[in-house]
Design a protein around this ligand. Sequence first.
Ligand SMILES: Nc1ncnc2c1ncn2[C@@H]1O[C@H](COP(=O)(O)OP(=O)(O)O)[C@@H](O)[C@H]1O
Ligand SMILES: CC(C)(COP(=O)(O)O)[C@@H](O)C(=O)NCCC(=O)O
Ligand SMILES: [K+]
Length: 256
Amino acid sequence: MLLAIDCGNTNTVFSIWDGQEFLCTLRTSTHHARTADAYFTWYYTLVKHYGIEVDITDVIISSTVPRVVFNLRVFSDRFFGCRPLVVGKPECRLPVEPRVDAGTQVGPDRLVNTAGAFDRHGGNLIVVDFGTATTFDVVAHDGAYVGGAIAPGVNLSLEALHTAAAALPHIDVAKPDRVIGTNTVDCMRSGVFWGYVGLINGICDRIKEEYGHPMKVVSTGGLAPLFQQGHAVFDVFEDDLTMHGLTVIHDYNKEG
Ligand SMILES: Nc1ncnc2c1ncn2[C@@H]1O[C@H](COP(=O)(O)OP(=O)(O)O)[C@@H](O)[C@H]1O
Ligand SMILES: CC(C)(COP(=O)(O)O)[C@@H](O)C(=O)NCCC(=O)O
Ligand SMILES: [K+]
């Protein structure tokens, strides 16, 4: 069985893949100081709690936080006796190499999303991933990552308002009933929600125009369904896109 680990700047997600389906998905906050033993204690407790029969033979890691990789490597080696594949490292091959400026370090999450989306939908795609940052990844006709856009994440934008302005409270993102807010919270909700719908549609439209070929928009990340309510341009939403991409890259490396 494969343990797929997706470590973002906010949350770290573990999923167990038995070759057919994901048996479970576990989520914890990302902390660079978490030790291998601490990962295992958390992981083992939840796997026992769910009563899943698990036999991990392989581990693959994608991390947008370089510092956490060391402890995840120790975790993999100590508890499963295996050397993990780490996306973005030279020993982890990609089905199609990215085409970007020389020397650019593409976020591994974006490479993984590209592989997952190409496997399911073929080329000519925009992948929109709502995480700490919101990323737009352009997948070419042959499955190569060829660039995109990085925007401040939704929660980051709300946090920034609260941090920088003394009178603005900490709030969660939600779709407001009206665009014209009549109190502070509704005004903030309107600005962030409709502002973000405009950002998504504006960037996707401009990417399509510049790309010059019809493209499908694939969205992922917990907040995507919320923006769909504001008529964001997504063609599909796939909650497990990053995890699927990790299985695709793992299979590709095993086959070779
Ligand atoms: N379904 C959801 N509803 C509301 N907020 C969410 C949802 N899913 C994720 N978030 C929030 O979005 C932010 C980014 O989450 P996440 O996707 O875990 O980011 P990353 O991959 O960068 O770690 C976090 O602040 C998280 O709490
Ligand atoms: C843009 C990101 C911060 C998104 O990370 P996340 O929101 O998943 O934590 C990450 O993909 C990253 O660090 N990228 C490196 C720069 C690039 O992709 O061009
Ligand atoms: K992201």
